[in-house]
Design a protein around this ligand. Structure first.
Ligand code: NI
Ligand code: MN
Length: 228
């Protein structure tokens, strides 16, 4: 079973697998890189790594319109329920749960998390998605941390890592992360959205291909690729 990944810029992704559409961190309306309208997106599930505005994004209106289940931290679940989204599932760091499309495991991320209104949102997380035959790691916003090696022990087919620096790890640390995670391929995110997170992605890709065992995949926002 293959998975089609579409990048909407920043950390917003769509994963289509086995007839199910997942949105991850759907920051669309205020995302200068997004070339779609939040109103046009369909979703069966919305997965949130954390609740910062550039990840929470359009979750509430998309969930209300589509009825998609929102999967996030237990604190994210509580906040969603208070804001009119009842179809939710809460998890916490280290916990895995099986859904019809596969298994969602929340893993450690070194980052903070709160809602745009200041409400506490629990831990920031990374997400390991085990689909039928493929394992994808969306690191979310995070610093480099040595326990990425343990995530790598899960055998990751595709790792999605932030490279924009300032709020997350930058290029040098992402290369170190790739050597710990040992994925087949790696996709960069959380860069060039704002002036403070500009990154030379061509240079990143050259270095990934030269200095690690992983294959770099670089696309323009709005483009898709298939993990098979
Ligand atoms: Ni953040
Ligand atoms: Mn962010």
């Amino acid at each position: 079973m293959s998975a089609r990944i579409t990048w909407y810029g920043h950390s917003a992704f769509q994963v289509d697998t086995d007839g199910v559409t997942l949105l991850i961190d759907p920051f669309i309306s205020h995302n200068p890189l997004a070339q779609v309208h939040a109103d046009d997106l369909r979703a069966d599930f919305i997965l949130l790594t954390h609740a910062h505005g550039d990840h929470l994004g359009d979750t509430v209106p998309i969930a209300k319109r589509t009825g998609a289940m929102v999967i996030g931290s237990a604190e994210v679940e509580g906040w969603m329920n208070k804001h009119g989204v009842q179809n939710t599932h809460g998890q916490n760091t280290g916990g895995a749960y099986g859904f019809p499309f596969g298994i969602v495991k929340f893993v450690k991320a070194e980052h903070s998390s709160s809602f745009p209104d200041g409400a506490y949102a629990g831990q920031a997380n990374g997400i390991v998605l085990t689909l039928k035959g493929k394992r994808l790691y969306f690191a979310g916003d995070t610093a480099l941390f040595s326990d990425m090696r343990l995530i790598g022990d899960m055998r990751i087919d595709l790792a999605v890592l932030p490279i924009g620096d300032n709020y997350t790890m930058g290029i040098d640390d992402s290369l170190h992360a790739i050597r710990l995670i040992r994925p087949q391929s790696v996709f960069p995110c959380h860069y060039n959205t704002f002036p403070v997170i500009q990154a030379d992605v061509a240079n990143w890709a050259r270095r990934v291909n030269a200095e690690t065992e992983a294959k770099a995949i670089v696309l323009d926002p709005g483009s898709s690729f298939v993990v098979e």
